[in-house]
Design a protein around this ligand. Structure first.
Ligand code: UDP
Length: 244
């Protein structure tokens, strides 16, 4: 019996970029492997993808672009990434639909509709959500939590470059310890860079756990976690942190 029935996977846009490619084909294949391993376990999967490999509103604002326009550009960047993942799914014979947080039209993709998304997930399709929350001044992490609540996902899986949350940067400090469990209050107090405060606060309010895991380590990691093997860091409403 699986611990989870439906999960929401948050992929950053930057995770897709590699070796000078904005969207790296090998990384796309890796994403497909992850999706396949989840589906194999009869777990439904929704995905929220970021756009940091193309545009981020805050960075564009530094270059003089209006912040709201920059955020619109950032959200459109996430649509580009979602279309690439949707296309990779189709090529791998995985049934997938792409939805955007604002209407796009022209047959590019659907607009987010939580009922349609839940129906698609129940039918075994992968739903790829883009355009974050659909509004400027938010991040796709907050978008991921919002969509997870809408589709009634059991957990948010956040793919990062390291295999969890550490007491210090594990790349610079070999003595850094990985947290097994952290509370949202601790995550907010420690100003962890894993997700923004709005995303943490929304999860805390809706009692939705986040599992931080490494997408780079090996594709079995998520599979292991889904099978109940300890890996990564769980951020939840629990009060006390636990080191590994
Ligand atoms: N964005 C936004 N509203 C949202 C989600 C994203 O305006 O609800 C914009 C924002 O400019 C952000 C960009 O889209 O910088 C790309 O998203 P994000 O930085 O979260 O991508 P990631 O870091 O996950 O690649």
């Amino acid at each position: 019996m699986n611990k989870y029935k439906r999960i929401l996977l948050k992929l950053s846009g930057e995770a897709l970029a590699k070796d000078g490619n904005t969207i790296d084909p090998n990384t796309l294949s890796q994403v497909i492997d992850i999706i396949k391993s989840v589906l194999r376990q009869k777990i439904e999967i929704g995905i929220v993808v970021g756009g940091g490999n193309i545009f981020r509103g805050a960075k564009l604002a530094q270059a003089g672009i209006n912040r709201v326009t920059g955020d619109h550009m950032g959200m459109l960047a996430t649509v580009i990434n979602a279309l690439a993942i949707g296309d990779a799914c189709k090529r791998a014979n995985i049934n997938a639909i792409v939805m955007s947080g604002f209407p796009i039209g022209g047959g590019v993709c659907d607009t987010v509709d939580h009922n349609k998304a839940k129906q698609a997930l129940s039918a075994g399709k992968v739903v790829i959500f883009s355009a974050g929350t659909g509004s400027p001044c938010f991040t796709t992490d907050t978008g991921a939590v919002l969509r997870a609540i809408e589709i009634e996902a059991d957990v948010v899986f956040k793919a990062t470059k390291v295999d969890g949350v550490y007491t210090d940067d594990p790349i610079k400090n070999s003595k850094a310890i990985r947290y097994k469990i952290l509370s949202f209050n601790e995550a907010i107090e420690k100003k962890l860079q894993i997700m923004d405060t709005t995303a943490f606060a929304l999860c805390r309010e809706h009692n939705l756990d986040i599992c931080v895991f490494s997408m780079l380590k090996n594709i079995e990691t998520l599979s292991d976690i889904l099978n109940g093997k300890p890996s990564g860091t769980i951020i939840s409403t629990l009060n006390n942190s636990k080191g590994v």
